[in-house]
Design a protein around this ligand. Structure first.
Ligand code: FE
Ligand code: FE
Ligand code: FE
Length: 174
């Protein structure tokens, strides 16, 4: 990699690989979710992700390259960690809280990648690519905020209610 342009191209390939992995993971997470709202949030983002993959294909077209992913060990690790939580959680509401957190880790990875790519595209004078990358960046940020709201209003509350009786006993109720 000897130029910002090649660095840009390699990183587009990294996030292209990641988006495709996410596209496969989200429906599985929606299926496993107990909360209807969480399942809907995952499904809605899967639909958005399809459009994000298409935007990346437009970016490839703008740089005159065939769309090709490049293994992203970071997203593989984040998704693997999420799968572990899905298997290890022994309670439905706790699993929901863990999956939501895993989904936010994914969004944060995407936010850092799209933020960087947008800056690089801007530096490289690629106006059209900036628009495409910014559209996706906005969706990832909005998804992250939506998940925070859902976690704090319901999912974490339900997960914590699970062991509230146990805690009360431990504290010793008067
Ligand atoms: Fe995405
Ligand atoms: Fe990566
Ligand atoms: Fe996303």
């Amino acid at each position: 990699m000897d130029s910002l342009a090649t660095l840009f191209e390699e990183t587009v390939r990294d996030i292209y690989y990641a988006e495709k992995k996410i596209l496969k993971a989200l429906p599985k997470m929606a299926k496993k979710a107990t909360s209807t709202k969480l399942a809907k949030a995952f499904d809605a983002h899967a639909a958005e992700t399809e459009a994000q993959v298409e935007r990346l294909e437009q970016v490839f077209e703008l740089i005159g390259k065939a769309p090709r992913g490049k293994t992203c060990p970071a997203i593989d690790g984040i998704i693997e960690e999420g799968e572990e939580i899905m298997k290890e959680a022994e309670d439905d509401t706790v699993r929901d809280a863990g999956m939501l957190a895993a989904a936010q880790a994914v969004e944060h990875y995407e936010i850092t990648r799209y933020g960087t790519l947008k800056s690089w595209a801007s530096k490289l004078g690629m106006t059209e690519a900036v628009k495409l990358l910014d559209a996706t960046l906005k969706e990832e940020k909005a998804t992250d905020l939506k998940l925070t709201d859902l976690a704090e209003s319901e999912i974490n509350v339900d997960a914590d209610a699970e062991d509230e009786p146990k805690r009360k006993t431990a504290r010793g109720s008067r």
